[in-house]
Design a binder for this molecule. Structure first.
Ligand code: HSE
Length: 435
């Protein structure tokens, strides 16, 4: 039986998961692959650290370059994370004509162009199944399962931390900070949660999905990103009354005028599949022109789900090695040898429905003023709720709109927020229609 050696750089949580699954499911992997995956060397700055599995000390080195330079190792697994040394390791391995497997979405989102170009020049593979939605095989689905399709749109819940926080807020009626603190204490959220709750992690993953689905290497800074810090139990409860859940969605749509790419809290109609994705789960709802709508659902993070994705890349590359393939199988557009027009549609140009909440003085004519401004800006109202009756006090007025242009909505909100009867900055949340 063929033996394919691999070297692992970074024996943290996911690294240990890879070691564990390669060991525990060795027989089944060998049977399916027709070859043995042999973990030859592990590089980690702290070999002595307490780990969830026993690892023979002899496998360890503290010098990752020993793996990169080892001629008997054709596949290097980078699980260090971050965008500095990880990039050096990956580019170093590629220069040595080694295939690379990584879970590093931030690195691919920010430096994918350079990495894919180098891999293409050296005729090696970069496997990154684990970079998006952990254990869900979305990368392979887009590259292989949906290869016949023009991808029309993608709607992803691809940050488990945000989904967990929004689910808890919704189930328990609690404030954002309260749930975040608990999630941090229980280990569901990082000590510095900003990448997750500010939408950045989801945007990194969205960029990778856009590369594969639309053949476009877009610049990260041009993706419109909003997080969930400003979501309140009041908005969750009004959304619920209108028949919606609030989710942090990563959205990409292929339009004639370019690609729409955005991450933001979104009202998703109850009873549609994404609305039911709760807790730390991830899901990707993808629409192809031939296949129609599909949804993939599962654990988007964690030791074993992410390891499952890493090992799927190792096996795929091992197959190619056994077949003697010496070309990168990345899409030509990612290798920089063809280019697909990749303009992004500015957020001001999108058209969608909106949830609006205005905190107003409760007196005659206020609703008329708001409706007047919306009308002047071409925004048509679908329904309205006003709760409570506090003469002279402050009450929320909630409006659901028909489809409107974001630029028009911004003009209306700017105008409305200047009315003396408006007590605080008005809230708007985009709505997605997937029914
Ligand atoms: N921090 C990510 C999340 C998991 O909360 O989904 C790793 O991508």
């Amino acid at each position: 039986m063929d033996v394919i050696n691999v070297g692992l750089i970074g024996a943290g949580t996911v690294g240990c998961g890879v070691i564990k699954v390669l060991n525990e499911n060795k027989d089944i992997i060998e049977d399916r692959l027709g070859a043995r995956i042999q973990l030859k060397r592990i590089a980690d700055i702290d070999p002595e650290r307490k780990r969830p599995i026993e690892i023979p000390r002899a496998l360890f080195t503290t010098n990752a370059w020993e793996i990169i330079e080892d001629r008997s190792i054709p596949i290097v697994i980078e699980l260090v994370g971050g965008t500095s040394v990880a990039k050096d390791f990956i580019l170093g391995a590629i220069r040595k004509r080694k295939h690379v497997v990584t879970a590093n979405k931030a690195l691919l989102a920010l430096h994918g162009r350079e990495i894919f170009k180098a891999a293409s020049e050296q005729g090696v593979e970069v496997g990154f199944e684990a970079s998006v939605a952990g254990g869900i095989p979305i990368i392979r689905a887009i590259r292989e399962g949906y290869i016949a399709n023009r991808i029309l749109s993608i709607y992803g819940i691809i940050n488990g931390t945000s989904n967990y926080i929004l689910s808890k807020m919704s189930e328990e009626g609690r404030e954002f900070n309260d749930v975040l603190n608990q999630a941090q204490n229980e280990g569901y959220a990082e000590a510095d949660p900003s990448l997750d709750i500010d939408g950045i992690d989801a945007a990194h993953k969205l960029l990778i999905l856009i590369m594969l689905s639309f053949g476009a290497l877009v610049e990260f800074e041009r993706i419109h990103v909003e997080g969930i810090r400003s979501i309140t139990p009041l908005d969750i409860s009004f959304a619920d009354e209108f028949g919606y859940k609030i989710k942090l969605l990563a959205i990409a749509k292929g339009e004639n005028r370019g690609i729409e790419a955005r991450v933001h809290p979104t009202l998703v109609e109850k009873g549609t599949p994404l609305a039911d994705v709760s807790g730390a789960f991830n899901a990707i709802y993808i629409i192809g022109d031939a296949v129609g709508p599909n949804m993939l659902y599962g654990m988007g993070a964690g030791m074993m789900p992410t390891a499952s994705a890493v090992v799927s890349d190792i096996a795929q590359i091992a197959r190619n090695i056994m077949l003697g393939n010496s070309h990168s199988s990345l899409p030509k557009s990612l290798q920089g040898t063809t280019s697909i027009p990749s303009g992004l549609v500015p957020i001001s140009e999108i058209t969608t429905k909106y949830y609006l909440r205005f905190q107003v003085e409760d007196r005659p004519g206020v609703l008329g003023q708001i409706a007047g401004s919306l009308g002047r800006n071409n925004i048509s109202i679908e329904s309205v709720i006003q709760k409570g009756r506090h003469i002279g006090g402050e009450v929320p007025v909630v409006i659901m709109t028909h489809e409107a242009k974001e630029r028009d909505l911004m003009s209306a909100i700017e105008e409305i927020d200047r009315f003396p009867v408006i007590k605080s900055k008005s809230v708007f949340i985009r709505i997605v229609d997937l029914s």
